[in-house]
Design a protein. Structure first.
Length: 419
């Protein structure tokens, strides 16, 4: 589901109310003008019930209230803007200036993925600020669509364009000469995204970016688009994460050779071309299996765990990086080797509310990352426990120098799962 299909100008409004109940009522009224069969009262009760059990505030002045119900259509979304701010339930100090209400039919299977996409859209403070400060709802609508399609591109000087064209030609020559299977393009080299009108690949090309645009020509220009965050400002820092994701999706194989082209983040200029042998780069991951992931693990779950782990390693808690262990998949086997160190904080919650794909789980996972022990996560993303002691051992596996007990536990439980 591409988000631009959910955004309608007629359902973007200036909010009059100052509390969540009243503004949700306003937004449901706007939806009912187009869909007369909408049952407003049950939907409002459902939205408020979720607000009372788990805040839908994302930060930066944005709230994402949502509910599943018998809707008769897959999704319905309304957006409200309040420059004065909407008071949040629970007495929080923050106020919401942007309220995005998502209604989903109870049969919609990609519900959590849509929520996660919306959360990514409003994750960047600059993007949120531009929406809140828009002159009117028409401009807000235009900026939303621009954010989705990656249209906000800064003009690149002519000299840089010449260098970029030269680098692209040389990358294709290197790829052909080195017998590469694909070219990997680091899109975040450019502010606002790569200009696809200037990229005409003659072989399989993969775009790697932090903010993959929806509904853009990149999906026809590139064979694949991989969204991963860079964990370092250095050149090609996203490559390892991108290759790992590509392996789990089956886009590439361990025997492939890739030509990578990129530059300093936001510099608007390619300055580096390199060749990566996947098997050599990831030899520590080779376990004799043809597939990297167990059959029960969804690729999007693995990607989300990688993203959360990367954020913990970069931002951590209170500005300090945090180390953490996630055990994903094969839970029936894994549970034989774990025992709780603390009371399980995820016990008793609905699967939907404790799924790693749910964007509102981010802060919860980061909060519990500070306690000892591992997170145990099912292949579909449901977090079974935190603070779990791993009791598996593997005396035969030698860890590289500098790695500690958490790494040893991760290696041991992985070997148990793959044996």
């Amino acid at each position: 589901m591409r988000l631009e299909k959910l955004i309608a100008r007629s359902r973007i409004v200036e909010l009059r109310g100052t509390d969540m109940k009243s503004v949700l009522g306003e937004m449901l009224d706007v939806c009912a003008q187009r869909f007369s069969d909408l049952k407003k009262e049950p939907l409002l009760r459902g939205l408020l019930a979720r607000e009372s059990t788990m805040t839908t505030y994302l930060g930066h002045g944005v709230s994402l209230p949502h509910v599943r119900a018998k809707l008769g259509r897959r999704y319905l979304m309304a957006i409200g803007r309040s420059k004065a701010g909407v008071v949040l339930d629970g007495g929080a100090d923050e106020k919401s200036n942007l309220v995005i209400m998502l209604l989903a039919d109870e049969r919609s299977r990609d519900y959590l993925q849509v929520l996660a996409s919306l959360a990514r859209l409003v994750k960047e403070p600059d993007m949120v600020r531009s929406l809140i400060e828009a002159d009117d709802v028409d401009q807000l609508y235009e900026r939303l669509l621009a954010g989705l399609s990656g249209m906000q591109v800064r003009r690149i000087p002519t000299k840089q364009n010449k260098i970029n064209r030269l680098m692209v030609r040389e990358a294709e020559r290197v790829a052909k000469g080195a017998d590469c299977d694909a070219i990997v393009v680091m899109g975040d080299t450019f502010t606002g995204g790569i200009d696809v009108t200037r990229w005409t690949p003659k072989m399989k090309s993969i775009l790697v970016t932090n903010n993959a645009p929806d509904g853009s020509d990149v999906f026809t220009t590139f064979a694949e688009v991989i969204q991963v965050r860079s964990f370092s400002p250095q050149r090609l820092a996203q490559v390892r994460s991108a290759i790992l994701v590509a392996l789990t999706r089956g886009i590439i194989s361990f025997t492939d050779r890739l030509c990578c082209i990129g530059g300093v983040l936001g510099s608007n200029q390619f300055d580096t071309v390199g060749v990566v042998d996947v098997e050599r780069e990831f030899q520590t991951l080779l376990t004799g299996q043809s597939d990297l992931l167990p059959d029960d693990v969804k690729p999007e779950v693995f990607e989300r765990v990688i993203a959360v782990a990367t954020e913990l390693g970069i931002e951590g808690r209170e500005g300090k990086p945090v180390g953490c262990l996630f055990v994903v998949g094969a839970t029936a086997e894994v549970e034989k080797y774990v025992k709780p160190l603390v009371m399980n904080p995820f016990y008793g919650y609905k699967d939907e509310d404790r799924n790693i794909l749910n964007p509102f789980m981010d802060e919860t996972v980061k909060e519990f990352s500070t306690i000892d022990g591992a997170f145990v996560i099912k292949g579909d993303g449901v977090v079974l426990s935190a603070g779990s002691l791993i009791q598996a051992t593997d005396a035969e596996h030698m860890l590289p120098s500098g790695l500690g007990s958490r790494h040893a536990a991760a290696a041991a439980i992985t070997r148990q799962k793959s044996s």
